[in-house]
Design a protein around this ligand. Structure first.
Ligand code: NJP
Length: 232
């Protein structure tokens, strides 16, 4: 009898880094893909199936706590990747209250909703991985990042506190902190030197594949040099 494959739930899987993480983990995990865009989740599901994997799309707004609890009830998750995030990067006085609230809701409050839904199962099984996608903005502030950087600092603190809380129960909690990645995130066009979403996905796969007794708690991933064209 074959052993069932572990399940990886990825939020923000419809595009960008989350999509790349889902595709990277699909050869070794059954994927549960969460985001709001149904058509993009369907496209991911087809792409995963084309490589012989399985992907269950769950269209969901991760800021809706009641909907998250309802839709994730009974879903056993071995690996949770809290990746969904938004960035409105502009001077503080130009940020609207709605933009501020959305960033706090998606980048921080949703971590409560989604983690709260799947962590009890991990604790009862005595194993699991929670990988939060932070940012180097969670360590270095920048102009235009008053709210975004604040949410990513909060992700760092949440990650470390939860790690200390659940490590003895066998659950590993980690943060992967990328530099700039070529996605549709925030404003501005991707630069040639940016990290690719696949680079971040590789780091997440590395964290999850660590030997069972090893915890890679914090991983900062940068492009080698903004002064060099990639591949030169
Ligand atoms: O962003 P993007 P990235 N409910 O805009 C989803 C961090 N990061 O891949 O709902 C559910 O391409 C949205 O799905 P949809 C960043 O902070 C990035 O670059 O369909 N899902 C989409 O799948 C974030 O934590 C850079 O619109 C919601 C995804 O989030 C993570 O990387 C640098 C949602 C966003 O895809 C992924 O960002 C860095 C909601 N309410 C850290 N709202 C970078 N790109 O440079 C959004 O250091 N989503």
């Amino acid at each position: 009898m074959s052993t069932p494959r572990p399940t990886a739930l990825v939020t923000g899987a419809s595009r960008g880094i989350g999509r790349a993480i889902a595709l990277r983990l699909a050869p070794s995990h059954d994927i549960v893909a969460v985001a709001r865009s149904t058509s993009e989740l369907d496209a991911l599901t087809k792409d995963v199936a084309a490589t012989g994997g399985t992907c269950r799309p769950i269209p969901l707004d991760v800021t809706d706590g009641a909907a998250v609890a309802e839709r994730l009830r009974g879903v056993d998750v071995d690996v949770l990747v809290n990746n969904a995030g938004v960035g409105v990067l502009k001077p503080f006085l130009e940020l609207t209250a709605d933009e501020w609230r959305t960033m706090v809701d998606v980048n921080l409050n949703a971590l409560y909703h989604v983690t709260r839904a799947v962590l009890p199962g991990m604790l009862s099984r005595g194993r699991g991985d929670v990988v939060n996608i932070g940012s180097i903005a969670g360590r270095s502030a920048f102009v235009g990042g008053s709210c975004y950087a604040a949410t990513k600092w909060a992700v760092m603190a949440f990650t470390e506190s939860l790690m200390l809380e659940v490590r003895d129960a066998g659950v590993r909690v980690s943060v992967v902190m990328p530099g700039s990645v070529a996605t549709h995130f925030g404003a501005g066009d991707p630069k040639n030197w940016n990290l690719r979403p696949e680079d971040v996905a590789e780091s997440v796969a590395h964290v999850v594949a660590a030997p069972p007794e090893v915890l890679i708690h914090r991983l900062e991933v940068r492009a080698l040099s903004p002064k060099r064209q990639r591949g030169t």
